[in-house]
Write a protein that binds this ligand. Structure first.
Ligand code: GLP
Length: 239
């Protein structure tokens, strides 16, 4: 795992945007795995600016998002469907047909998850996966547990995650209790991975990532088995 140490969140966003832009230049029809949460928002702003300046072209890009609350309506402004349109997709020339997010409105969650993995494989897999990290070390919505799932699946959110994500909702009770998420196996199949971590509340999770052990109670530690992961952290997350 390669570590890029940054001074602050702005630098983290710049480093991440540089890597994503490099991937797009190298392979204009890249398949990119996108993440939600507050951490990648600055990176998406830079990508939008680069697109507006004519430096980036999303027309051949395929997007697969990591996760989505379940159940949740697309029109809910806390859905990741809404988030991605608001923070990236509607500002660049990506083809909406090529934007994939696990469907929070699906009637049959298991069928939706199986279909999602099939689609990723049909598109040739993910070239570059962007990840944030939960305070408890989750990636996507793969929560700390005795066992971790490989495939995309429906999962129950932990109290810690519901608490952490309640800052975006009017009340804690409004946070969905479940989600659909790419599994650890699907994430590990990505050819390249970048993980962004900023802020003091990520210190514990980042420390576990940098220690030399695997622990399903810190799901992100599974990334140590991947040969091309870049960890981009600010001083607060590293201290
Ligand atoms: C959510 C998402 C994760 C994300 C995490 C951290 O739970 N499912 O993919 O990494 O939040 O979010 P933030 O960047 O807001 O700290």
């Amino acid at each position: 795992m390669r570590l890029i140490k940054c001074k602050n969140p702005d630098e983290v966003s710049k480093e991440a945007a540089k890597i994503i832009a490099g991937q797009m230049a190298l392979k204009p029809d890249s398949t990119i795995g996108f993440a939600t949460g507050s951490t990648p928002v600055g990176t998406y702003k830079i990508l939008i600016d680069m697109y507006k300046n004519g430096e980036l072209d999303f027309s051949k890009i395929t997007a697969f998002n990591l996760d989505e609350y379940y159940p949740i309506e697309h029109k809910n402004d806390q859905s990741y469907y809404y988030f991605m349109r608001d923070n990236l997709f509607s500002h660049v020339n990506i083809d909406p047909e090529n934007c994939h997010i696990p469907n929070g409105e699906a009637k049959d969650a298991d069928a939706e998850c199986a279909e999602y993995d099939k689609l990723i494989q049909e598109k040739g897999g993910i070239d570059l996966q962007i990840l944030g990290i939960g305070q408890n070390g989750h990636i996507g919505f793969n929560e700390p547990d005795e066992n971790l799932f490989c495939a995309t699946h429906k999962t129950k959110l932990t109290d810690n995650t519901i608490e952490a994500n309640s800052r975006f909702f009017a009340t804690k009770e409004e946070v969905p209790t479940h989600a659909l998420t790419m599994g650890i196996g699907e994430i590990m199949k990505a050819r390249r991975i970048i993980l962004l971590a900023t802020g003091k509340n990520k210190q514990q999770a980042v420390k576990a990532l940098l220690n030399d052990y695997l622990n399903t109670n810190v799901p992100a530690t599974m990334l140590k088995l991947h040969s091309d992961v870049v960890l981009i952290c600010d001083e607060d997350a590293l201290s």
